[in-house]
Design a protein around this ligand. Sequence first.
Ligand code: GLY
Length: 367
Amino acid sequence: MKTGKKTKAVVKNNKYPIVIGHSIDSAFVSFIRVNKIPVKKIIFLTDDNVFRCCLKPILNSSSTLSKAQVLTIKSGEKHKSINTVNRLWHSLLKLKADRNTVLVNIGGGVVTDLGGFVAATYKRGIRFINIPTTLLSMVDASVGGKVGIDFGGAKNQIGLVSDPIAVFIGSDFLRTLSDREIRSGFAEMIKHALLSSKSLFSTTQKISLKDVAKNNLFIELIKKSVEYKNKIAQKDPLEKGIRKFLNYGHTIGHAVEALLMNKGKRQLLHGEAIAIGLICETYLSFKILGFPKIQVDAMKKDILLKYTKVRFSKPDIEGIVRLTLFDKKNVDGRINFTLLKEIGSPTFDNFITSKMIRESIEYYLAD
Ligand code: GLY
């Protein structure tokens, strides 16, 4: 895809442009003009919250885009379902969407994952663009081509890998997020920094999470995070090898998320659970691969300055250990982890015992 003058792809990528700026409206308009995508062929997909805060102002301020069609879904993970997909396929048929239609997904991970899935499957695939509005979707879901829906009570069970034709990341959208949502997305940035390099990790440790929308250093960090995610996903889109690095912190993180969900306790946002997983799995990196202990302690201290510690009871710890056994990365009942030899040196396919997982949660809980 061509990029217009205002559509400078800031993330190097040989497949599709990823544009990052404060506001993305003019870059988006320029992109559709340069690529000769008529507005009548554009269908925005969003959820009811994002429509109000983010899409309506864009449509109202642009005479070009005000004529585009809009489809909305209800916000929330429970709508990332086959029922929503079914309704959207019907809507696309009704709107006479064809192979020249471009679906523009604007929203968080639910909208970009589900919208990408609808686009990739409708008439054997139509083009789609992602405009992420949450920090989590900016640095993770909108890039890398994983699209899909939840099924059978579990997340992301049905899906495929299909790339967007462009991604537009606008830091102005960060103003619409709560501090918790910023922290949630930031955990994935910490993960990318740990996987990527010492220098990126040390900048990530120093950054303040206040006023991130206008903080140029924070925007630079988003760019570095997206660059890392994109590089790995482009090299291994189907997760046969190095894409497994991106699961760092997620084996225990997902188990924590599931435990609190099943108990109906105050739920953690995805990244809040991943922050716990990062501490535990860095401890495992120390135990198994000799990651420097002094750095595990420092990263634990730093993460706990930003994320309140969750107190787990003994039965909670047993619940988390049990849940890690269900992780989809496991092979023959052995619990499979990505671990770090040091910052910037990840390895995948490390098998860990339940005893060691228990010990890592105890390390997280210790004062
Ligand atoms: N979120 C991890 C991945 O895209 O592979």
